[in-house]
Write a protein that binds this ligand. Sequence first.
Ligand code: SF4
Ligand code: SF4
Length: 81
Amino acid sequence: MSHTPHDIFQRSSAPVTVDESRCIADKGCTVCIDACPLDLLAIDYSKGKAYMKYDECWYCMPCERDCPTGAIKVAIPYLLR
Ligand code: SF4
Ligand code: SF4
């Protein structure tokens, strides 16, 4: 994958975090995985929870918006707000 402008941002953690206490992937939900146009999210089947597999986020937001339980939080870098 080519380098894109977001590579310049310094981050201490992944831009997309999943509140595992809210995530219902273990009940069969795959909404965020299906919503992400870049296929960045995946389900950790050992835990039954979604997580950010690839740190290449476009901050397009459907994962956070469409999650039925509000488990996803996308941290938009300050410079993009
Ligand atoms: S959409 Fe929400 S509840 Fe469903 S798998 Fe993703 S984080 Fe979990
Ligand atoms: S904000 Fe967009 S690119 Fe980033 S994880 Fe969510 S759906 Fe994927």
